[in-house]
Design a protein. Structure first.
Length: 147
């Protein structure tokens, strides 16, 4: 019986430590994501994107397909999509190295925000860029007036 009490005490202490770590750890992941499974932490709206554009330091990444990019894109944006990831990473390696310490904004078509979020996550995890934001609107909305 004494043996079972020791095991129970160890399990209670381990559970308490796990809960405390999950709640108070500074790098703990968010507990909940929005409906689409995306974390709102990195999403920005057109007003916030205009502020970054006005500051002039942001690096713009277009995650759409090449033919959409060629039809029009944010001035100075780099094409970096999942289909051509390897080739485009090599093509833009110097520009991406210069992006360290600057805010990065990734955008795609408004109905393809998950595509932009995927590229943003790759840039954060594989290259260590931060902050990397996802534009939660059409890239053309950046030029619109007002908040």
């Amino acid at each position: 019986m004494r043996f079972l009490r020791h095991i129970a005490a160890i399990l209670v202490c381990a559970a308490a430590a796990g809960v405390a770590s999950a709640v108070f750890h500074p790098l703990a992941p968010p507990w909940f994501a929005d409906e689409g499974g995306r974390h709102d932490r990195w999403r920005i709206n057109p007003f916030e994107a205009r502020q970054l554009a006005a500051a002039g330091e942001a690096v713009w990444i277009d995650a759409r397909a090449r033919d959409e990019f060629e039809q029009g894109h944010h001035p100075g944006a780099l094409l970096l999509n999942p289909e051509e990831w390897g080739e485009l990473m090599f093509e833009h390696q110097l520009a991406l190295q210069d992006a360290f310490g600057k805010p990065v904004v990734v955008y795609a078509a408004p109905d393809e925000e998950l595509r932009a979020a995927e590229i943003a996550q790759r840039l954060r995890e594989l290259l260590g860029l931060a902050p990397v934001h996802v534009l939660a609107a059409d890239w053309r909305d950046i030029a619109a007036e007002g908040p």
